[in-house]
Design a protein around this ligand. Structure first.
Ligand code: SF4
Ligand code: SF4
Length: 197
């Protein structure tokens, strides 16, 4: 296995970069919802963003581990909202204000994993190469914790993908209104779906 050195120097670049989308699953979202004691789906609408993607961009689709879904006739992925300067809404004074409950994707940065011969192999997230000031600093990385989080992401993703697949089917068959609010209700388990025969 390749050896990597890393120490987070808290530069905050990963939380400030406008091109990095902090993708989330329904689990990440609900964790924030309950921990911050948010009150309604309208509160959730303030903290998430629907990032439109080009469904014909095959290279992009290959890189995406989070599934795309239809909102108002466009394909999107779900992520945390950003400030106008491109920084994450939870970054204040260069610190994460939801550190203990930050999404899992934040926890494994600047790494991700690829599957090789039935094994998960760590690699540097290509988006981190130019921005992460902690790469090649500190000591050799012990990947067991990163790997554990990555496995959790994969487990949650299986459930999230099923939800998204159901959502897309319902939208295509015009059973459900494809709006951001209905989507958030849907993935939060708050909606009663009435399927017509
Ligand atoms: S949730 Fe926290 S760690 Fe993740 S991008 Fe936002 S500020 Fe950074
Ligand atoms: S870019 Fe790298 S060093 Fe900077 S805060 Fe993010 S993980 Fe830490």
């Amino acid at each position: 296995m390749k050896i990597y050195k890393f120490k987070c120097v808290k530069c905050g670049n990963c939380c400030r970069n406008k091109n990095l989308i902090v993708t989330i699953t329904h689990y990440d979202l609900l964790k924030i919802y309950y921990t911050l004691k948010l009150n309604s789906i309208d509160d959730l609408l303030d903290i998430v963003a629907f990032y439109e993607i080009d469904i014909n961009d095959k290279e992009l689709l290959k890189r995406l581990i989070y599934p795309e879904f239809i909102i108002n006739n466009k394909y999107c992925i779900l992520g945390l909202n950003k400030n106008n300067d491109g920084s994450c809404i939870y970054l204040k004074d260069n610190k994460c204000t939801i550190y203990k409950i930050r999404p899992k994707i934040c926890r494994i940065f600047p790494f991700n994993f690829i599957e090789k011969s039935n094994n998960l192999q760590p690699q540097i997230n290509p988006l981190a190469v130019d921005i992460c000031e902690g790469l090649n600093k500190g000591t050799v990385v012990n990947f067991s914790l990163f790997k554990e989080i990555y496995i959790k992401i994969n487990d949650e993703m299986k459930e999230y993908k099923k939800l998204i697949s159901l959502w897309n089917n319902l939208v295509i068959n015009k059973v459900i209104e494809p709006s951001p609010k209905v989507f958030l209700n849907f993935i939060s388990g708050n909606i009663n779906i009435k399927v017509e025969n």
